[in-house]
Design a binder for this molecule. Structure first.
Ligand code: C5P
Length: 410
């Protein structure tokens, strides 16, 4: 999904069976809004085809055969200057060795040696080859020069009879996430943020609970966006089906009281908290230790109010930036404004559960950010990732203002 991150990405396929997936990677990168070009080593073309790569990239493929034919011999220089980032996917043990030795005999290593600004390696090989001392030393060397890695990952290996092991190339979607990370300016560097996400579950016996349909997607998008912008992120998450984002401290909870405790524990050292969780307002007054038997045709469960986590953070806010969400079906702005005041927030993000494809479960959202001075900023209907970035833009502004005030008063 396009989240507004831009950049030119050169994708180089090395000579491994995972090169079959390189066209998918190109496609995903284009869908994510990046400009792409493809490069294929001689051996890569044994596993994928020039046509597949060209169609996926939407432009001719740079090959060893074209190196000297296409532009008077300067293709490696042209590519190194064009690209913001080179992704080598798949990267072989031999490819890593050539790069670590600066052996610019092949087009990919020549592009690296010619000074492409960033390099991301997505290795794929048999686990023995990955663990071989020369490979590991080469990896350490390349890392030492500031080059980045994604994978290899644990899973089924391609060669017949090899079973499972750590050697699979990361999936195209994962590689796209890493590309996005490396191409995002780190304007939240040094900031510590807490994001809450998902629903809470309030049990009345060990197998039954009260909850809501929150998918957690908005909170996870907030966590990932902040990570990409360089923040230190803690994601306190209720139960969701979403994979734990990499590069984020994930704290899993179930009940509102647990969420409250985990957030309070980290609140002291946080610069900002965004509460995107759909915290259950009520919990059963009692939780039975055993599953309750089915009896009669009616059952009454007494409920007590859960702590309002955000309001309790508002009471000890200090200079921290506090952001809440308000999901309303009617009288949205009025209600949201009163929550903003009552919970002592910097701003509140108003959204509507009834909008098609928005809020609960969808990939898009439409949010009105309501501020203390009464101003309102609307995001329009955009991806949750873009909503997240709009929220972090404001948080960043508020943190800066506060730091400047702090410096003046000091
Ligand atoms: O009052 P309401 O539940 O509509 O407020 C929504 C905001 O307050 C959200 O940011 C939500 O995460 C937070 N909240 C909370 N603790 C609760 C209920 C809501 O932190 N018990």
């Amino acid at each position: 999904m396009d989240d507004g991150t831009k950049g030119r990405v050169l994708v180089a396929a090395g000579g491994g069976v995972a090169a079959m997936k390189t066209p998918f990677l190109l496609r995903r990168l284009r869908e994510a809004g990046f400009e792409v070009r493809a490069l294929a080593s001689e051996r890569a073309l044994a596993f994928t085809t020039e046509t597949a790569l060209a169609v996926a990239a939407g432009s001719p493929v740079a090959t060893e055969a074209r190196w000297f034919a296409a532009s008077g011999g300067a293709l490696h220089l042209e590519l190194a200057r064009w690209a913001d980032l080179l992704v080598v996917a798949p990267a072989t043990a031999a490819g890593l060795a050539r790069a670590a030795a600066g052996l610019a005999e092949d087009l990919t290593t020549a592009v690296i040696t010619a000074g492409v600004p960033r390099v991301l390696w997505a290795p794929a090989m048999n686990p023995e080859m990955w663990n071989y001392p020369a490979t590991q030393e080469n990896v350490a060397r390349l890392r030492g020069w500031g080059q980045a890695f994604v994978g290899p990952e644990y899973g089924a290996l391609a060669a017949v009879g090899e079973g499972e092991g750590r050697g699979r190339m990361s999936e195209p979607e994962t590689i796209v996430e890493h590309v996005r990370y490396h191409l995002t300016p780190k304007d939240l560097e040094g900031l510590r943020v807490i994001v809450s996400a998902g629903p809470t579950r309030e049990y009345f016996d060990p197998v039954r609970f009260i909850s809501n349909p929150s998918s957690g997607k908005m909170g996870y998008a907030l966590a990932e966006a902040a990570r990409d912008r360089g923040a230190h992120v803690t994601l306190v998450s209720g139960p969701t089906n979403l994979p734990a984002p990499w590069g984020v401290e994930v704290v899993r909870v179930e009940r509102a009281e647990e969420m409250h405790r985990e957030i309070l524990e980290r609140f002291e050292s946080a610069d900002a908290v965004v509460m995107a969780a759909a915290v259950a307002d009520w919990r059963p007054a009692q939780t039975a230790a055993e599953k309750t038997a089915k009896q009669g045709s009616e059952k009454t469960v007494a409920l007590v109010a859960n702590p309002d986590i955000l309001a309790s953070l508002g009471e000890r806010k200090g200079r921290r930036v506090l952001v809440g969400f308000a999901m309303e079906t009617t009288s949205g702005r009025e209600r949201a404004r009163s929550k903003l005041e009552r919970k002592n927030l910097d701003f509140i993000c108003l959204n509507y559960p009834t909008q098609e494809g928005s809020a609960f479960g969808g990939d898009y959202n439409e949010v009105e950010m309501i501020f203390r001075d009464g101003s309102v900023v609307k995001t329009g209907r955009v991806s949750k990732r873009e909503v997240a970035n709009a929220i972090w833009d404001r948080v960043r502004g508020l943190v800066r203002e506060r730091n400047e005030e702090g410096a003046q008063n000091a």
